[in-house]
Design a protein around this ligand. Structure first.
Ligand SMILES: [Ca+2]
Ligand SMILES: [Ca+2]
Ligand SMILES: [Ca+2]
Length: 109
């Protein structure tokens, strides 16, 4: 099972799916009908901040309990410290973006 951290915000199973489930308005900040990397990145930065309730710059198991399984957390936790740091989170979600961007033009639409 792959961890799509977009699950954090949408409950959809892929970034692409999320686009069709009403998140697009929020992701598409400039309203041009496509979501580019900077838009996605800033959306996800906000998502991270929302999830990091104790504000320590990383997501603990407790903070992600409702949205990630232990396996999904472990997949995102590349340095194995049991928490998903900001960098780990952003790496992970940008990989999701790349995977969803099938045409490879840097935009989801
Ligand atoms: Ca846009
Ligand atoms: Ca935290
Ligand atoms: Ca970590």
């Amino acid at each position: 099972m792959t961890a799509s951290l977009l699950l954090f915000c949408t409950g959809a199973s892929t970034a692409q799916e999320a686009m069709y489930e009403g998140q697009k308005d929020q992701l598409d900040a400039n309203g041009n009908g496509a979501v580019n990397r900077p838009e996605y990145q800033s959306f996800m930065t906000k998502a991270f901040e929302k999830l990091d309730v104790d504000n320590d710059g990383s997501l603990s198991q407790a903070e992600t309990a409702n949205i990630l399984s232990a396996d999904q957390l472990a997949a995102a936790d590349t340095n194995g410290d049991g928490r998903v740091g900001r960098e780990e989170f952003m790496n992970r979600v940008m990989k999701d973006f790349a995977a969803a961007d099938k045409s490879g033009d840097g935009r989801l639409q």
